[in-house]
Design a protein around this ligand. Structure first.
Ligand SMILES: [Zn+2]
Length: 442
């Protein structure tokens, strides 16, 4: 029956369990809010009754239907989490933290001990996962149930083996929409934020990585899922390099404690984007030309490093590819985007230096590290490049220990608020890093 601890599941999801009716508690799947409205208790969405009525006169929720249909003819089966019992957990990490990381790690541990929530605002490439290890270890030894959730499957896939390596004897599970492994009860989980919708009062510590990333940001369904998944007396930890306004407002009002790590582990400043006017870039590319400003910058960058070129749309990128190939016939280059079936292979080839230039949609804005790259944002004034996207993109440069003089360029034909804000945020973090003695002179 452990499968039901801290979970709320529909009968068809647990058909293998015998006598389920007798053994478990039942929870409502939907609840009337008013005479005309009804709320789904899995995703929190409130519906007008007349839009979600079935022929059986029951109501259902269309919003979270991809997890299996919830309707008022069903109940959730649930069992409460057992009370935490102290235990010993093998901890196999012998790395060291920088002074900056150590301070954040200490803050976080103190928050968990006080059952408080905290935001960790750490610059791109700061090494944020390592800062979690001590807290996860402490929590597991208290008998707590711990989940690390991310809106992005890629992040979960990368995170899980790292966590498992640190707690090699601890049963752990990775949960996401496409997994084939069956659910089983563990005290340690890595999952997508969507998977949290299946939990109920389960976690003592819930860490949400990339809290500002799509699809979590501004998504009420996922935020409802988080609130349902944590225990009453628990700690919620937000990890981000680019916090949303909503989160920074909470910090400013002292509603959410925040630790800022303004410097990377290698003690160099974050590369500050340089901006360059690129006259009518959109029109020129549509006509099959390569803007002069772009050619000049590729020339200057490709001598020292490989180059990532971020483009605002896939069609534009494909047109540009042909034009750039003509200008740089000797340079190996490729295009990649989210619908590309060869996406993973292309990223690997770029890592292995088989390409010198990789053109990409915003798909590579986060979660990837390449050795020795410079970055160009072509059409940085396009609305797809929000402040957080620009900060993340700039954060792809100079992540490794060895310095390669990578650069960041924003090419535009009309500076936007997002561009100015991104540069301001990066400079602010550099200033803070210098003030705190976390950055060395170059
Ligand atoms: Zn729902």
């Amino acid at each position: 029956m452990q499968e039901l601890w801290g979970r709320k599941v529909l009968k068809r999801e647990i058909e293998t369990i015998k006598n389920i009716e007798k053994k478990s508690q039942k929870l409502l799947t939907m609840q009337e809010v008013s005479e005309k409205t009804i709320q789904c208790l899995r995703c929190g969405q409130i519906h007008s009754k007349n839009t979600v009525q079935l022929v059986t006169e029951h109501y259902y929720c269309p919003k979270c239907i991809q997890l299996g249909r919830v309707d008022t003819s069903q109940k959730f089966y649930y069992l409460p989490e057992p009370t935490p019992v102290k235990r010993t957990v093998h901890f196999a990490w012998d790395g060291t933290l920088t002074d900056g990381q150590q301070a954040v790690s200490d803050d976080l541990l103190a928050s968990i001990k006080n059952h408080e929530s905290r935001m960790i605002w750490a610059v791109t490439g700061a090494g944020k996962t390592e800062m979690l290890f001590k807290t996860i270890h402490y929590s597991l030894e208290c008998g707590y149930r711990v989940a690390i959730a991310s809106p992005r499957v890629d992040v979960c896939l990368e995170l899980f083996p790292r966590i498992h390596a640190v707690f090699p004897e601890e049963p752990a599970i990775l949960l996401h929409g496409k997994m084939e492994e069956c659910y089983r009860y563990t005290k340690l989980l890595v999952c997508t934020t969507h998977q949290l919708l299946r939990f109920f009062h389960a976690f003592d510590v819930l860490i949400i990585d990339e809290v500002d990333a799509f699809p979590f940001v501004g998504n009420q369904l996922l935020q409802y899922g988080v609130k349902q998944a944590i225990k009453k007396n628990s700690s919620l930890v937000y990890l981000t390099a680019t916090p949303t306004k909503e989160l920074t407002k909470k910090t400013d009002k002292n509603e959410l404690k925040t630790s800022i790590l303004p410097a990377r582990y290698h003690r160099r400043i974050l590369p500050v984007p340089k901006i360059k006017w690129c006259h009518q870039w959109y029109k020129k590319i549509k006509k099959g030309n390569t803007p002069k400003a772009l050619v000049a910058i590729i020339h200057s960058l490709v001598i020292k490093n490989d180059v990532l070129i971020f483009c605002p749309s896939i069609s534009l990128m494909e047109q540009l590819k042909g034009a750039v190939e003509k200008k740089f016939p000797e340079v190996a280059l490729a295009c990649v985007h989210s619908q590309d079936p060869e996406r993973l292979e292309k990223v690997l080839k770029m890592r292995n230096k088989e390409y010198r230039i990789l053109m990409t949609s915003t798909i590579l804005e986060r979660g990837v590290t390449f050795d020795g790259v410079s970055v160009i944002v072509l059409g940085a004034n396009h609305p797809v490049f929000a402040t957080s996207a620009l900060v993340q993109i700039a954060g792809r440069v100079d992540r490794r220990m060895d310095y390669t003089a990578g650069e960041v360029w924003f090419l535009h034909d009309g500076c936007t608020k997002a561009m100015k804000e991104a540069i301001k945020q990066i400079k602010k973090m550099n200033t803070l890093g210098i003030e705190r003695g976390l950055i060395d002179d170059m």
